[in-house]
Design a protein around this ligand. Sequence first.
Ligand SMILES: Nc1nc2c(ncn2[C@@H]2O[C@H](COP(=O)(O)OP(=O)(O)OP(=O)(O)O)[C@@H](O)[C@H]2O)c(=O)[nH]1
Ligand SMILES: [Mg+2]
Ligand SMILES: [Zn+2]
Length: 198
Amino acid sequence: MDRFIAVAEASGLPAVVVLNKADLAPDASSSLDAYRAAGYPTLVTSVVQQLGLDALRFLLSGRVSLFAGSSGVGKSSLLNLLEPTLKLRTGQVSERAGTGRQTTVSAEMHPIADGGFVVDTPGLRDIGLWGVSPADVAGAFPEIRRLGAQCQFADCRHLSEPGCAVIESVERGELHEGRLDSYRRLLEETTSAARSRG
Ligand SMILES: Nc1nc2c(ncn2[C@@H]2O[C@H](COP(=O)(O)OP(=O)(O)OP(=O)(O)O)[C@@H](O)[C@H]2O)c(=O)[nH]1
Ligand SMILES: [Mg+2]
Ligand SMILES: [Zn+2]
């Protein structure tokens, strides 16, 4: 999730975090807390219960939007529910692996009745950080970027520096630790990619 959002941030695209299949886990909404705290609009949906549709429709209206996320999370199903004329293929989630089977095979853009377009994409197990530099990574986590202004060192990387406002915020239980972990992982990954390119 953090990788998808970081790529969106680095590309200047506003991200919305959607939690689908809420029917399967009624209390899962708390897993969106970290994203709400970061300032992202979040949405809980269920295709089975037809939950969250109006809010989703409102978000998509009059723009070009792209649905991204792992295979089997229900991207095509949500779009079919919003726009039944699309009749997109939807798939089964493998019982054994618990993952989707890449039912959607290519990214396709479709017009929607309210005006605007949606792009359904194949679920990716993972998304590369192409075009994301180490400098972009810090900016791709808005709440870390905001806190970072208060670090003792202007070039603080929030790894183990003294006077780091980001680490202190995690210690106070304010910033979600998972978000700092993701930031560090992406920073490490983009730094070693930049190094190997020379
Ligand atoms: N219980 C439940 N099942 C859902 C929901 N939304 C989708 N599904 C089921 O999840 C499975 C996968 O849905 P898809 O819409 O094909 O998922 P996708 O994200 O488009 O998958 P890819 O095209 O492989 O990326 C299907 O069997 C859907 O019926 C939901 O809200 N609740
Ligand atoms: Mg699909
Ligand atoms: Zn810091």
